[in-house]
Design a protein around this ligand. Structure first.
Ligand SMILES: CC(C)(COP(=O)(O)OP(=O)(O)OC[C@H]1O[C@@H](n2cnc3c(N)ncnc32)[C@H](O)[C@@H]1OP(=O)(O)O)[C@@H](O)C(=O)NCCC(=O)NCCS
Length: 167
């Protein structure tokens, strides 16, 4: 069973440990202290919704969503549009990767959380071209590769799921 539990301060130690793992660091390259400070802002603020991914009672990773309009830099990359939400995720427990969980939890997350907000029309993610495992997971959850973008100087796929095609 997949559950999404709002991220709490007490979870940050676990998130820190996940961010330090090689299979995550390869794609989440922000300095760990900065990444943790962002999560803390998310917990204290009301913009980014961050969740612990819990599978059969065990926490295995983290997932978040936010309105693209709240991040002007990112809006420049993905385009400005009302009701556009972003999503990011990581499976921190390496044993839980490569088993088909990513697509399942993305599908559940967009259904239960992202599109549960009435004003959300579409959901997007930028995924590094080299991170095939990730963009395949998004594709299998119903996202389409709509165009290529450059983020942090690296080629990324812009993946998108419109509400009308959502699970
Ligand atoms: C990206 C992530 C969410 C994908 O979830 P997952 O459950 O591991 O993915 P799946 O097991 O469903 O695999 C998805 C696809 O990648 C393939 N794959 C699995 N392991 C792979 C590997 N080590 N290298 C390349 N492809 C791999 C699978 O075969 C599948 O492709 P297919 O449908 O063509 O066969 C997860 O691996 C993760 O969080 N990784 C670390 C952090 C990260 O990359 N986050 C995303 C940043 S955008």
């Amino acid at each position: 069973m997949i559950e999404f539990q709002p991220l709490r301060r007490d979870d940050l130690q676990l998130v820190r440990a996940w961010l330090a793992r090689d299979h995550v660091r390869r794609w989440w390259r922000d300095p760990i202290d900065e990444a943790i400070a962002k999560r803390l802002d998310g917990i204290e603020g009301d913009r980014t919704e961050q969740y612990l991914i819990v599978v059969d009672g065990s926490p295995i990773g983290m997932i978040q969503t936010y309105l693209v309009a709240d991040s002007p830099e990112w809006e420049q990359i993905v385009g400005a549009e009302p009701g556009l939400a972003g999503v990011d995720l990581l499976i921190g427990d390496e044993e839980a990767t490569g088993r088909g969980l990513g697509p399942q939890l993305l599908e559940a997350f967009v259904r239960e959380i992202v599109f549960a907000r009435a004003g959300t029309n579409a959901c997007v993610a930028t995924v590094e071209e080299a991170n095939r495992r990730s963009w395949r997971a998004f594709e299998k959850a119903g996202f389409r590769h709509v165009r290529d973008v450059v983020e942090d100087g690296l080629p990324h796929r812009l993946m998108r799921l419109d509400r009308r095609y959502a699970p």
